[in-house]
Design a protein around this ligand. Structure first.
Ligand code: GLC
Ligand code: CA
Length: 575
């Protein structure tokens, strides 16, 4: 099957903006839409073709805007509808597309739909959410309708006194799940959310939790996986559920097919077969999918705060899966190493003593892989995780806080609590979502040029060393390297973006070598070798051919033909 190339979003480079920590324009310590507008030239210069804006809708911010109280209003601290229109229009003036986050699995409990729904059992919107009667144990204690565990810890059900029933909330207690089986719910999402925003000019959406809209309606107990917990991971009872593809096809018919849109779904970890159901072109559901195998390598499947042991072979497998989703299929893929839910990639995959070399190495990896490329704010300057020395009180994310509170409840009275706590913070230092959420480091002034006042969340201590301004003027910076690689990606898009991916050294735990080539011709091809270690390593060409060095992350005069220095990477064109 040959890949269809003529749609604009396939070779676009997408930049994700998480508004509260991006740029504050009015000195209140919170990022905002005028702040975003003020940086469009910077993004254009970087080579960005599209921005994805994380939720900017009105919200009580329990989960940083992924809890929406009004889909047609802007969160006042971010600006107004006029600011939003200006952002859309200015993006378009500069030839940048803009997509929004579609958070439709759940709303905020402050949304008027939920307020109505909870008010009485007979309310016309009662069925817009999942309401279930309590169960009672042998001693007559009230218990939840089933054992499902929330992704944010504890039960997935919340008791509501008003009508003596529980509502389902897979995330925070203030994020009730919408009942997608109800046609009025779907209709409202299509007309009053998606198409309403299309009419304002947006170019598409990233669908939040796109695999979770359909639940197994029997609401049976989830199988026991966690031995010492009553609540159990919901797994497939709420993921890739019975009606999920029917819903996505309907959304395609009612919304996506009517606009020249880019629609990318957050589907999480799933098999190739399952992924293709969402993203096969002929399926008419969505254009691309965000697969999480790479970014989630570092934690256990059912516990974000348990680190896993993984090696470069696992990493290669995960990359292979992302790239090869399109091999022999009519689907399209994406490539990303960071987002607002993930720690910084240099802190995750690289020995941070080699942050600059390693940051460039990951840039080479990312920009030579197949699919639509996503970059998260601050990634382009190699921003890092928060310092280990910070106190737990600096962590603001609900996932970290809930986890910590549960931990404290469980072990708080133990004599060795302090030791246990230190161990947990060691893990939080690697795994928490907060690492992606510190303010973008624009310059070396106080508060990193993000704001003129103390920001809502603390600036990383390393801002005077790592910031946009210093890197803009430095030809050897990660930022300059990103710019260069984005240019090359566009110049060689047949190979970088659309080429077939093949790993040449699967068993090697230190080097990652792969080729990218057209499905039709043997040459030219791209040959990439990346040293993922802090050691000097022997370099051998694994295939025959005429190697021309296109780009490397070390100064060309330092290159030793036979050896790769720590975190050295090379991209050759073979003709
Ligand atoms: C998605 C978002 C995450 C949010 C969750 C609930 O996974 O990326 O930030 O907390 O959905 O909406
Ligand atoms: Ca502000």
């Amino acid at each position: 099957m040959t890949i269809e190339k003529c749609v604009w979003w396939k070779d676009a480079v997408v930049y994700q903006i998480w508004v509260p920590s991006y740029k504050d324009s009015n000195g209140d310590g919170v990022g905002d839409l005028p702040g975003v507008i003020s940086t469009l030239d910077y993004l254009k210069d970087l080579g960005i073709d599209m921005i994805w804006l994380s939720p900017m809708y009105d919200s009580p911010q329990v989960d940083m805007g992924y809890d929406i109280s009004d889909y047609q209003k802007i969160y006042p601290k971010y600006g107004t509808l006029n600011d939003m229109q200006e952002l859309i229009d200015k993006c378009h003036d500069k030839g940048i597309k803009i997509i929004l986050d579609l958070v439709a699995n759940h709303t905020s409990s402050e949304n008027k739909w939920f307020q109505e729904s909870r008010s009485s059992k007979n309310n016309p919107k009662r069925d817009w959410y999942f309401w279930r009667k309590p169960r009672y144990d042998e001693s007559g204690n009230r218990i939840e309708p089933n054992n499902w565990m929330s992704y944010f810890s504890g039960s997935a059900w919340e008791y509501d006194e008003t009508t003596d029933e529980y509502y389902l909330r897979l995330y925070a207690k203030d994020q009730p799940d919408l009942n997608w089986n109800n046609y009025e719910v779907r209709n409202t999402i299509y007309d009053s959310v998606i198409n309403w925003w299309f009419e304002k000019g947006v170019d598409g959406f990233r669908i939040d939790t796109a695999g979770k809209f359909s639940k197994v309606e029997s609401f049976q107990d989830a199988p026991i996986i966690l031995k010492d917990s009553f609540y159990q991971p919901v797994g497939n009872l709420a993921l890739n559920g019975p009606r999920i593809h029917e819903f996505h096809k309907e959304m395609f018919d009612r919304c996506w097919s009517k606009y020249d849109a880019f629609v990318v779904g957050e589907v999480g970890r799933c098999s190739k077969q399952e992924a293709l159901k969402y993203v096969g072109k002929s399926r008419n559901e969505m254009n691309a999918i965000l697969l999480f195998d790479v970014v989630k390598l570092i934690y256990e499947k059912n516990d974000r705060f348990q680190k896993t042991k993984w090696d470069l072979i696992d990493f290669k497998k995960a990359i292979d899966k992302q790239c090869n989703l399109i091999k022999g299929t009519d689907a399209w893929s994406t490539i990303f190493l960071e987002n607002h839910d993930e720690p910084r990639c240099v802190s995750k995959f690289i020995n941070t003593n080699y942050r600059v070399e390693g940051g460039k190495l990951l840039t080479m990896l990312q920009s030579t892989l197949s699919g639509t490329l996503f970059i998260y704010q601050g990634q382009e300057i190699g921003m890092t995780n928060l310092p280990r020395s910070w106190d737990i009180s600096e962590y603001k994310d609900i996932v970290t806080i809930n986890y910590y509170n549960e931990f404290k409840e469980k072990y708080g009275k133990d004599a060795d609590f302090k030791e246990k706590e230190e161990k947990l913070i060691d893990v939080i230092k690697f795994c928490s979502r907060d690492h992606a959420r510190s303010p973008v480091q624009w310059n070396s002034e106080k508060f990193a040029g993000f704001s003129t006042v103390e920001p809502w969340t603390r600036v990383n201590d390393n801002y005077s060393e790592i910031n946009v301004e210093s890197q803009l003027n430095d030809p050897n910076s990660i930022l300059s390297f990103y710019k260069q690689l984005i240019k090359l990606r566009k110049q060689f898009k047949d190979l970088f973006t659309y080429g077939e991916f093949e790993v040449l050294d699967y068993d090697n735990t230190i080097l990652f070598t792969y080729v990218k080539k057209s499905p039709k011709f043997e040459v030219p091809k791209v040959y990439v070798v990346l040293n993922f270690s802090s050691k000097w390593v022997k370099f051998e060409k694994l295939i025959e051919g005429n190697f021309n060095l296109l780009v490397t992350n070390v100064s060309k005069k330092d290159i030793l033909d036979e050896k790769l220095s720590p975190y050295e990477g090379r991209v050759y064109i073979i003709e």
